[in-house]
Design a protein around this ligand. Structure first.
Ligand SMILES: NC(=O)c1ccc[n+]([C@@H]2O[C@H](COP(=O)([O-])OP(=O)(O)OC[C@H]3O[C@@H](n4cnc5c(N)ncnc54)[C@H](O)[C@@H]3O)[C@@H](O)[C@H]2O)c1
Length: 433
């Protein structure tokens, strides 16, 4: 099939590379000419394990092309995916200006019938909205299908190539059939391509993210309770996840959820609920719990030192909102840094891949270390924020030598408390006393 993907970010580039890998001819479009030039040179603008190989293979075999011209790409396409960003506005509603601009450009570029696919996460009714934006700009026929994306950054390729399910929201059987055909290579093991009405498809995406965010906030609140009453949240977690009705995913206590999806999608669902007069009480509570959770670890730092943090220096291991990505959007590390700086402390941070993106957001307010161990030099404590694999078995002796005193705050429960305390550390983790 001939496909265009409008927006070549975390979702668009992965989708484009995966569709090209199954033999389709794909144009990845982006208005950011720097990104497109880099892709043409074989440079991958984001960090996503495995993506480079797939992109290079598609490009080398001529199935994957990159362009800033929506017009050139769409003119040759039978399916156009919308994968532009929908970041939150200050009131929590998604900013649809990128989608609107893209929809109008696509409409102006149509040369005949085309299937338009909303892959961006968009509010309820957006399939109609996109059609309304397009109609004044074209005389050609088109259908708009909702096809929300469920990939996780860090394992995006695996998620896209082997999805649990594909959701296709459309009233039109021919549109569903075309989508089912396109996705057939990814669901050969029998995972379903679920056909539903577009509104349900749009709600499904928000429902999934809001539910997963709620699970995280739920276990985080239990961790806070354990800290107060003396339980161990890791035991509680094990006791919960062995119940097949509950399952094991997204029940890890930590420093709060972040990233480009959960915070924004939770807020969008709350905003939709407000507009519809249906309060979304559960996710509102999850969001409030997350706000508190992102600040909790610095509270423990303050508690340990029992005084103002003014003039103190802290080492941060990990900045990305989770391991295996360079995405810094809404990363809890940003709040932790902000709180430490506001308390008068200074920070030296290290992350294996997210430092460039972090620099763009934090600038020179903190120091960026070239290695994990150099971040520690002269720090009053180490704060582990992102559970990158390379932090799991560190040289504790080296950490001790570099720090002013052996104090370790583990925001992800990476270490065994007994072992770390044996090494002489004052050790704090989430929900474990
Ligand atoms: N990142 C994720 O893990 C994830 C997962 C599922 C769904 N989503 C959703 O997918 C959508 C895209 O997310 P993302 O993380 O890939 O965003 P992103 O910011 O990484 O990429 C969006 C890209 O769209 C480009 N763009 C904007 N307007 C354009 C236009 N008119 N023409 C061409 N390109 C344009 C931008 O330059 C940018 O490169 C969002 O709605 C998001 O909520 C994201």
């Amino acid at each position: 099939m001939q496909i265009s993907i409008i927006g070549s970010g975390y979702v668009g580039l992965v989708a484009g590379a995966c569709f090209a890998d199954t033999g389709n001819a794909v144009y990845c479009v982006d208005k950011d000419s720097g990104k497109i030039e880099a892709l043409k040179r074989g440079e991958i603008p984001i960090y996503e394990p495995g993506l480079e190989t797939l992109v290079k293979r598609g490009a080398a075999e001529g199935r994957l092309q990159f362009t800033t011209s929506t017009q050139d790409a769409v003119a040759q396409s039978e399916i156009v995916f919308m994968a532009v960003g929908t970041p939150p506005l200050p009131n929590g509603e998604p900013n649809l200006s990128f989608l609107k601009a893209a929809a109008e450009e696509v409409a102006r570029s149509l040369k005949g019938y085309c299937l338009i696919v909303n892959k961006s996460t968009v509010p309820i009714g957006s399939h109609r909205q996109v059609a309304d934006w397009m109609r004044p700009h074209t005389r050609h026929e088109f259908d708009v299908v909702s096809n929300p994306e469920f990939l996780k950054e860090g394992s995006a390729l695996d998620d896209f190539l082997r999805p649990d399910r594909v959701v296709v929201g459309t009233e039109k059987e021919s549109a569903y059939r075309k989508m089912a055909e396109l996705y057939a290579p990814f669901v050969r093991q029998g995972n379903p391509v679920i056909w539903m009405d577009p509104v349900s498809a749009e709600i499904t995406k928000y429902a999934c993210n809001a539910f997963l965010a709620t699970r995280i906030s739920f276990i985080n609140e239990l961790a806070l309770l354990c800290e107060k009453v003396g339980g161990d949240v890791e035991n509680v977690r094990k006791g919960m996840i062995t119940d097949v009705r509950i399952g094991k995913h997204f029940l890890y206590p930590g420093v709060g959820y972040g990233g480009s999806c959960f915070p924004k999608d939770v807020q969008a669902l709350m905003a939709t609920g407000r507009a519809a007069g249906v309060p979304m009480g559960v996710v509102t509570a999850a969001e409030e719990a997350n706000f508190r959770q992102k600040r909790h670890l610095v509270g423990r730092v303050q508690q340990h030192f029992g005084k103002s943090l003014k003039g103190m220096h802290f080492a941060l291991w990990g900045l990305a909102f989770k391991p295996n990505t360079d995405d810094m959007r809404e990363a809890p590390a940003l709040t932790i840094v902000e709180e430490l700086l506001a308390a008068g402390a200074t920070v030296s941070a290290y992350d294996p891949v997210a430092m460039e993106n972090a620099k763009r957001l934090i600038g020179d307010q903190i120091q960026f270390a070239s290695t994990a161990y150099s971040a520690l030099e002269g720090a009053d404590a180490l704060i582990l924020v992102t559970e990158w694999n390379e932090f799991r078995h560190p040289d504790f002796e080296r950490i001790k030598k570099a720090l002013k005193a052996p104090v370790l705050f583990d925001g992800r429960n990476v270490f065994d408390p007994a072992r770390v305390k044996e090494q002489g550390f004052s050790y704090y983790s989430m929900g474990r006393v």
